[in-house]
Write a protein that binds this ligand. Structure first.
Ligand code: GRF
Length: 206
């Protein structure tokens, strides 16, 4: 069971997906720590109910982004996390060298479209609807030095319907995210991801 840490900022629905699959023995991970950027994130409650240690770390608690990220790295080291999952984490995470290609983020659109600063949550789906595209979905990617930019691990798609609102589209995208994130976490902890520049290839299951 690979120890991982999950970073959140909000309701933690994706965190709950990882907790459920881990507890059901479907995902070979132990969630060793949940770190939230917000003290009021419901995801903290979800972690506590699952008996998972939690911490709240933000620029407000630490005083600066640099000290925030240092504190996160310290907590990651202490809990022995071998991989980190950003699941609805709204800040940028400056990861330590030893976690290169071991930090995953999920974005509720098909990157590189509809990503980057300011495009999070419903803002993403508003931009998708405004653009007139007929397909949306989600992207799980490795985190690099830029926001929503790292090499793409996997994507799942869903239709954009004529009568969609940001909320109905978000709900349809979320049904794909629930499948994409655990699958990407599995690939990462099973060491089945091969990063070649901007390409991430998958090794077959052993
Ligand atoms: C997801 O839509 C994800 O793509 C985005 O945050 C949302 C998950 O929020 N990064 P949560 O898991 O309900 O907190």
């Amino acid at each position: 069971m690979t120890p991982i840490a999950v970073l959140i900022s909000g309701t933690g629905r994706l965190l709950q997906e990882l907790i459920d699959r881990s507890q059901a023995g479907e995902l070979p991970v132990k969630i060793a720590l949940v770190i939230s950027s917000s003290p009021s994130a419901y995801g903290l409650e979800r972690a506590a109910q699952a008996g998972i240690p939690t911490a709240v770390v933000s620029t407000r608690t630490e005083g600066s982004e640099a000290r925030r990220d240092e504190k996160i790295c310290l907590l990651l080291e202490r809990c022995g996390a071998q991989a980190v999952v950003l699941a609805g984490y709204l800040a940028y995470f400056r990861y330590p060298q030893q976690l290169t290609n071991r930090v995953l983020n999920i974005h509720p659109a098909l990157l590189p479209g509809f990503g980057g600063k300011g495009l999070w949550g419903h803002h993403v789906h508003e931009a998708v609807l405004k653009s007139g595209v007929k397909v949306s979905g989600c992207t799980v990617h490795l985190v690099d030095e830029h926001y929503d930019h790292g090499p793409i691990v996997l994507q799942r798609t869903c239709p954009v319907l004529d009568d969609d609102t940001p909320d109905t589209l978000a709900a349809r995208v979320f049904q794909e995210e629930r499948l994409a994130l655990p699958q990407a976490v599995r690939l990462l902890v099973e060491k089945r991801l091969v990063v070649e520049g901007r390409r991430v290839k998958q090794l077959p299951a052993q």
